[in-house]
Design a protein. Structure first.
Ligand code: FMN
Length: 223
């Protein structure tokens, strides 16, 4: 649609120029490693009311070389990396098992911030997947059995039938076991960018990269 269309909410949204404000990100303000800096920003995002602050958009490369993206939830972060859970036979699961290269963005728009991670994702240890699956609500556990994620299905009714079948299968079991295909991936980062929006689009961008010989180096890049 042309930008000269009749004024309205769509046109307003396309033309709006929001001032990203006065917050700043200086070299002396960031932690010495990106995990500590991420943890601080993530806590702040939660505290300042960002909706689903652990939602991240995950980009992978399909076996045919095309990129594909989707939102997943971060479920753990420590010095080993960033953990999320999914079906390993889904589109993203198959992509990652063939090519572990990933990029992720945490889009914290209301804070005028984003964090962009590049790295490699590998399956987490079996026990980590078992532990996490066991802590999920029963409904989500049944759903994991009922959905071959990313595969076609003939109708909603067919999906709901798969749910009834799974409920029946585990009716007498106190706990629902983890489907073998369901579990975690951990992203080991090699580049992490912290982006803070500034006035007139002169944003702050500080990038951590794995240094030759280990550790992290920090670099400012242009907005
Ligand atoms: C806010 C939000 C959170 C989501 N979290 C997850 C998640 O943690 N794991 C997951 O497998 N899918 C999650 N999804 C669904 C995915 O975006 C996606 O539809 C699904 O994983 C299938 O992706 P794929 O076909 O590319 O593999 C989430 C979607 C939204 C909107």
């Amino acid at each position: 649609m042309s930008h000269d269309a009749v004024p309205g909410p769509l046109d307003d949204a396309l033309r709006r120029h929001t001032d990203y404000g006065a917050e700043r990100l200086e070299e002396e303000d960031v932690a010495t490693d990106p995990i500590a800096q991420f943890t601080a920003w993530m806590a702040e995002a939660a505290e300042r009311g960002v909706y689903e602050p652990n939602a991240m958009v995950l980009g992978t490369i399909d076996p045919d070389g095309h990129p594909s993206i989707r939102t997943v939830l971060l479920r753990g972060v420590d010095e080993r990396g960033f953990e999320f859970y999914t079906d390993h036979t889904s589109r993203k699961g198959r992509a990652l098992l063939a090519n572990p290269a990933v990029s992720v963005v945490f889009p914290w728009y209301t804070l005028h911030r984003q964090v962009i991670i590049v790295g490699e994702a590998h399956p987490v240890e079996r026990e980590a997947s078992e532990d996490y699956f066991a802590r999920r609500p029963r409904g989500a556990q049944i759903a994991a059995w009922s959905s071959d994620q990313s595969q076609p299905i003939s109708s909603r009714e067919a999906l709901e039938q798969k749910v009834r079948d799974a409920e029946e299968r585990f009716r007498d079991d106190e706990t629902v076991p983890r489907p073998e295909r369901w579990g975690g991936f951990r992203i080991v980062p090699h580049r992490v960018e912290f982006w803070q929006g500034r006035t007139s689009r002169l944003h702050d961008r500080l990038v951590f990269r794995v240094a030759v010989g280990g550790g992290w180096e920090l670099e400012r890049i242009q907005p």
